[in-house]
Design a binder for this molecule. Structure first.
Ligand SMILES: Cc1cc2nc3c(=O)[nH]c(=O)nc-3n(C[C@H](O)[C@H](O)[C@H](O)COP(=O)(O)OP(=O)(O)OC[C@H]3O[C@@H](n4cnc5c(N)ncnc54)[C@H](O)[C@@H]3O)c2cc1C
Length: 426
């Protein structure tokens, strides 16, 4: 990306260089907006795991102008159908429901590091700063925002975008004092990547290379999806202690290396494909799955949240990062709008939050509900037919959302409130 003259009278600082932060840096830079991104880690990168991008995520990336770059890095020749097959976790692994495929429902499975590489290849690297852990913000006498980092350095900007993930520090400057939205879901997830030929040799009969699978059962479920053109199977095995209340966050670390024996004990008595597959995860990592209670707003003044810092959700619809991409798209479109300028920034950011928060909350709640459905398959839970009924259309509201509507609604709202000029009637 080549640098151009700034198009706006404001500067943006993004905290967090994960999938949403880097995408946002690209989206703003492309619109000629001055932007810097500050990442706490010594390098950009994600732990070795895949991520599934739904059709709405693919559409958002396409509108951001990055989908081709992401696709290239993914090794997939094109966006592919990725609707789930739901299978009983017990022998004989009967198929419960094949989620219907529409021609428009194209998604992508990609390694997270590959996604970041795709964006890093097209971003102006001068804007990306590593080893910068944001700790606090204060307002200067000239009403600019001063970011403080743990190494004692500071940076001045007009807008802060918190893209610092589920454990966000920026969020503390947006939520009410004492508010504790971060909760432990009582679910643990064992994650691993398994070469497909290893899984086959271990005796896995189901063909997991063509589409994502969800093995359902009581209080547990296993998600698989193919990456690396089907050469690798991304596996996440969930185990939940179903209680009605959710405690506050667990002490760190949330991710721990565990033994295969521990994993196998947790899934004792499950069907042969599940047991064979999990036996291939020699060094699984065990994640304590946290999520946020819905926030009423993603903005305070000129500090705004995107991605998991705003709405970290349970991963059961594979929709978290897609919601982050929708945030990023709308934020970039609004900040890049010809009528947006320093003087109306707070109103523009408020409008972003008014549009995005209800939709992301709907997806967050749908994700929690989906987990309950997957883990309620007999005995004494849902019957085969009840499962089919519950799974029918479960992704519909996530995938089929018109992104144009978000921008249009935001602009109309800003026009009605006199922030943007009324359209001329000619
Ligand atoms: C088990 C599991 C499976 C999932 N599967 C899917 C899936 O299939 N599909 C999907 O859409 N979503 C999935 N998700 C959710 C998805 O991973 C998140 O929604 C996504 O990673 C959020 O991206 P982000 O950029 O907002 O945050 P992150 O990816 O968390 O990035 C935040 C960045 O901010 C940095 N940072 C943190 N604090 C600071 C600080 N103080 N200063 C500077 N930098 C900081 C971090 O180092 C990190 O690089 C899954 C989540 C889990 C746990």
């Amino acid at each position: 990306m080549t640098s151009t003259m700034p198009t706006k009278d404001f500067k943006v600082a993004i905290v967090g260089g994960g999938m949403c932060g880097l995408l946002c840096a690209y989206g703003l830079g492309r619109r000629g907006i001055q932007v810097d991104v500050f990442e706490s880690a010594p390098q950009f990168g994600e732990v070795g795991a895949g991520v599934g991008l739904g059709p709405n995520a693919v559409r958002a990336l396409t509108r951001m102008g990055v989908f081709e770059a992401v696709l290239k890095q993914s090794e997939s020749p094109s966006a592919i159908f990725r609707a789930f097959r739901f299978v009983s976790g017990m022998n004989p692994h009967e198929i419960i429901y094949d989620y219907p495929a529409l021609d428009t429902d194209k998604g992508l499975g990609i390694h997270r590091a590959a996604f970041l590489d795709a964006i890093l290849n097209i971003i102006d690297r001068k804007v990306a700063h590593l080893n910068k852990r944001f700790v606090s913000v204060e307002e200067s006498t000239s009403k600019r925002l001063i970011l403080h980092f743990s190494d004692g350095t500071t940076h001045e900007a007009d807008i802060i975008v918190g893209a610092d993930g589920i454990k966000s520090t920026v969020r503390d400057f947006v939520t009410e004092e004492g508010e504790k939205p971060l909760k432990f879901s009582r679910t643990f997830a064992y994650r691993g990547l398994i070469p497909t030929d290893v899984a086959r040799r271990a005796g896995v009969q189901s063909d997991l290379t063509l589409r994502p699978h969800c093995f359902v059962g009581k209080y547990k479920h296993i998600i698989t999806f193919p990456i690396h053109l089907g050469r690798t199977i991304n596996v996440v095995a969930f185990s939940t202690d179903h209680q009605t209340t959710f405690p506050d966050e667990l002490p760190h670390p949330w991710v721990q290396a565990v033994t295969n024996e521990e994993l196998m004990n947790d899934f004792q008595g499950w069907g042969s494909d599940v047991v064979s597959l999990l036996s291939c995860m020699h060094t699984p990592s065990r994640w304590s799955i946290h999520g946020l209670s819905p926030l009423s707003s993603y903005v305070r003044g000129k500090v705004v949240l995107i991605g998991d810092s705003a709405h970290a959700m349970l991963p059961h619809l594979g929709a978290g990062v897609g919601q982050g991409f929708e945030d990023t798209l709308l934020l970039c479109e609004l900040l890049g709008h010809p009528e947006t300028e320093l003087s109306n920034i707070a109103e523009v950011l408020r409008t972003y939050s008014d549009i995005r928060a209800p939709r992301a909350t709907m997806v967050l709640q749908g994700s929690a509900n989906a987990g309950k459905v997957y883990e309620s398959y007999a005995p004494d839970g849902y019957s085969f037919e009840e499962m089919q009924e519950k799974l029918d259309s479960i992704w519909h509201p996530v995938w089929h959302h018109n992104l144009d509507d978000d921008l249009n609604a935001a602009v109309i709202s800003l026009q009605k409130r006199g922030v943007f000029a009324q359209p001329s009637i000619s």
